[in-house]
Design a protein. Structure first.
Length: 266
């Protein structure tokens, strides 16, 4: 069967669009024509490569699946109602990208009735292609992946991130960092939520949490992490999407150290 609506065909399409967008990003990477603009503040930026990548992916979706809904970071939503909705972060890790740091990715998910059924995350500089389908496992460059089997925080390397509104609130995750840091082998801030989730999937990280993210940051990566056996859940219902993902045997220890409440200044 090669119906354009079967899962394997949709996945292959999404992979080829992610690769095309990623290759375009490499043409701009470490160049002088990024045209960096601020959005919410100076920590929230967009470049010409974000916009051009988004255009590539959206054009392909409109051609292949014109009746599908689309939510994409820079463009917003396409005002189509459908059981199928594409969730796109055309360039996740723009701060890294704009500074010449190689951890950035293209993130594409397809939801059916509000649940992700396909997730693709491609980190072009690293040439790492992660993908998953609901119930079909998670893969890195064609090899099946699974979370690490760590069972203690003391042996774990975890990652986190800091919210873009850190200039106007001290509810900025530093309280969580202070609590978690003494208990873990190492803590990292990679700068691409999609890569963070995929690295939990592949066992390169044992856990990850971040608050104040958006659907496009996590939709594909969460499916990939869950299909690789990670436990994922949301916390803090007042800070957009706040997510914890970890290998199952450290999940409870990590989440017990994270606050469900806003941080109050002393
Ligand atoms: C950002 C990255 C980063 C996270 C930020 C996100 P963007 O996405 O995922 O790791 O800490 O909160 O906004 O803006 O580069 O697509
Ligand atoms: Ca993002
Ligand atoms: Ca982005």
């Amino acid at each position: 069967m090669n119906n354009i609506h079967d899962t394997a065909t949709i996945l292959n399409n999404a992979i080829s669009w992610a690769r095309e967008a990623g290759h375009l990003q490499l043409e701009y990477f470490r160049g002088n024509n990024l045209n960096i603009e601020s959005k919410f503040n100076d920590s929230d930026i967009v470049t010409v490569a974000d916009k051009a990548s988004e255009q590539i992916i959206i054009n392909h979706i409109k051609n292949a699946y014109p009746a599908h809904a689309i939510l994409s970071e820079e463009m917003g939503d396409n005002a189509i109602t459908s059981d199928y909705r594409w969730i796109i972060d055309p360039l996740d890790g723009t701060t890294n990208f704009s500074n010449g740091l190689p951890l950035f990715s293209v993130s594409i998910a397809l939801e059916y009735c509000g649940k992700a059924i396909i997730g693709v995350v491609y980190a072009p500089y690293l040439n790492e292609l992660f993908y998953a389908t609901k119930g079909g496992g998670a893969w890195l460059n064609g090899n099946k992946i699974a979370t690490s089997r760590k069972n203690s925080l003391a042996h774990s390397v975890v990652a986190t991130g800091f919210p873009v509104d850190k200039d106007r609130t001290n509810d900025n995750n530093l309280d969580n960092v202070t609590r978690v840091l003494p208990h873990v082998r190492g803590m990292r801030r990679l700068g691409s939520a999609a890569i963070d989730l995929c690295y939990v999937a592949a066992g390169f990280l044992d856990g990850y949490w971040e608050m104040n993210l958006h659907t496009w940051d996590v939709s594909a990566g969460r499916l990939i992490a869950e299909e690789a056996g990670a436990k994922c859940s949301l916390f803090r219902n007042d800070r957009n999407i706040s997510i914890i993902a970890a290998t199952p045997l450290i999940f409870d220890s990590l989440s017990s150290l994270l606050s469900n409440q806003p941080h109050s200044p002393q």
